[in-house]
Write a protein that binds this ligand. Structure first.
Ligand SMILES: [Zn+2]
Length: 339
């Protein structure tokens, strides 16, 4: 398609220019999470002409997402589509010149390095500290820059983490907060305008980094759009930092194998079996059909019976709704799916 016409306004902007546009078309980006931040980032980078986008997400589209996850619609909710798949469906229609790769999985220590293969830059679309610390470990180990972003209520922040140049994420977040100690989008709420702003800041920095701009920001940007404040905060490298200082990648090591996780913003627990392999969803549906209601699409199976709702993905992962705790989720998984 007419390349110069499609990107004419971006090429006319001096910061990008024709040379920058060429670089973008050859760039390969991983977006971790396709929720409020990731879906907006994916939309921005797709339209900006970034040549390859790998979009990873573990969840499927729900009605409560539509308030801020702007590329999804009611049809995606109806079809129980995984976010990565729905996002790529929509974005490929916007720009058929670029390559979009959806990956439906939970990012963990066992797969993150593979997901970063051939990648120039990682964008943070996650909603939790644990995954960010994992992304940080992997990026420091593989020497790949990443752009951190987070938003809650009416405030948000973002920083470029460039190995060897800036502080890393762990330098200013030395410890992982205990579960339940941090407010989440479901408990404290979030405005779509702040997730949009932070996602746009992340996307802009991505353009600068990928085009080699001298304007790449080196400090932490913090903004509150309800209480009217914005600031740039200098973050020093911590020489004692286990990740960038001592090169110990404990999150990368600890997040291998089977585990459960409470999902942010949802009354749900995710169960990840250690060795699942590809699940035959139709066979499982056959097994469950007399016990409740079963709906299957090519990506996931949804089973409902009384108070139980299980969404089982092809990779063996399941999201269990209304599970009081992680043990209850595991026993529901064992009872209906089998470990
Ligand atoms: Zn560090």
């Amino acid at each position: 398609m007419a390349w110069n016409e499609r990107y004419s306004r971006q090429i006319a902007f001096k910061g990008v220019g024709e040379e920058g546009q060429e670089k973008l078309s050859k760039a390969r980006v991983l977006i971790v999470g396709a929720g409020a931040l990731g879906s907006v980032i994916a939309n921005n980078l797709c339209r900006a002409g970034v040549g390859f986008l790998r979009l990873v997400d573990r969840d499927y589209v729900e009605l409560s997402n539509l308030q801020r996850q702007v590329i999804y619609n009611e049809q995606d909710v109806k079809e129980n589509l995984p976010k990565a798949v729905a996002a790529v469906n929509h974005l490929q229609k916007v720009n058929s010149d670029i390559t979009l790769e959806p990956v439906v999985c939970d990012v963990n220590g066992g797969n993150i390095e593979k997901l970063m293969e051939g990648i120039d830059l990682v964008l943070d679309g996650t909603d939790n500290m644990e995954t960010r610390l994992l992304v940080n470990d992997a990026c420091q180990k593989l020497q790949i820059p990443w752009v951190y972003g987070g938003a809650l209520m009416s405030y948000g922040m973002s920083m470029n983490i460039i190995p060897g140049e800036t502080a890393c994420f762990r330098c200013f977040n030395p410890n992982i907060p205990p579960p339940g100690s941090m407010p989440t989008c479901s408990s404290a709420g979030v405005l779509s305008m702040i997730t949009g702003i932070i996602a746009c800041i992340e996307s802009t920095e991505a353009l600068k980094i990928l085009t080699g701009s001298p304007e790449v920001r080196k400090n932490l940007f913090v903004i509150d759009i309800w209480n009217n404040s914005a600031d740039y905060v200098e973050i020093a490298k911590n020489p004692e930092c286990p990740t960038c200082g001592q090169k110990q990648y404990e999150f990368l090591e600890s997040m291998k194998g089977s585990y459960t996780a409470k999902l942010c913003g949802r009354d749900s627990v995710q169960v990840v079996p250690a060795h699942a392999g590809e699940v035959d969803l139709k066979a499982v549906a056959e097994k469950l059909k007399n016990l409740g209601t079963v709906k299957v699409n090519p990506f996931l199976l949804k089973f409902t019976a009384e108070n139980i709702e299980i969404s089982l993905f092809k990779d063996g992962r399941a999201i269990i709704k209304n599970a009081k705790d992680e043990n209850m989720a595991k026993s529901i998984y064992a009872e209906y799916i089998g470990l």
